[in-house]
Design a protein. Sequence first.
Length: 261
Amino acid sequence: MEFESILLPGIDAKRPLVIAGPCSAETEEQVMTTAKQLAATGVKIFRAGVWKPRTKPGGFEGIGSSALKWMKEAEKETGMYMSTEVATEKHVYEALKYGIDLLWIGARTAANPFAVQEIADTLKGVDIPVLIKNPVNPDLELWIGALERLYNAGIKKLGVIHRGFSTTDKTVYRNLPQWHIPIELKRRFPTLPILCDPSHIGGSRDLIFKLSQQAMDLNYTGLIVETHCSPDDAWSDKAQQITPAALKDILDRIVIRDTVQ
Ligand code: PEP
Ligand code: MN
């Protein structure tokens, strides 16, 4: 596979490429406030989930398409690019209709070849960067298969997100990093951009810095970090969300050692 750059116009190739924003879009004000604070710290790509794949029914399952309107308002106000998760054909249509700039496929969806194929078919002929999270289970071939499905549909602006793997072990992590899996993926596809999602690997605020530094030491392209204007009030994943100010502090502390492979 020959990949094309996922860098949107005006975004430079300096590491780390940073995507940040809340786990979920909750209210118009939360989206706007978080986006403004992130833009002020220099973040160029905003993330927010509007359709949330919850383990059990009955919880907050996302605002849906109307939150995409809030995101576009935030884009107008801040100049940031907007990204969201898609899991079905309908999500793709809606995200494209509202002009979302970058899409990602979540870890549960990445484990389902039918869903990935449906997204790939819907994106045929569309020029948009797509990031594919690792499947929840530690299956490198399944992850590569998802990449191939998108690639074969003509999507060449591809990247991956390492968000860790489900485990029944008691560990400090929410999802085991199993670094050897993304490292092997990088070895096979050296030009494939790879972002680390320390939020979903760690599951807690105090692991974000260490995981981000580890990813940078492994020459990852970037980071996708859950960031919320008021993390303790978040409607999903509150233990792992940080404020834009905390993100800035982490980014300032990370050391980029370009020679380490
Ligand atoms: C998310 O990014 O909020 C999310 C649902 O992540 P994952 O697919 O990695 O669980
Ligand atoms: Mn989340």
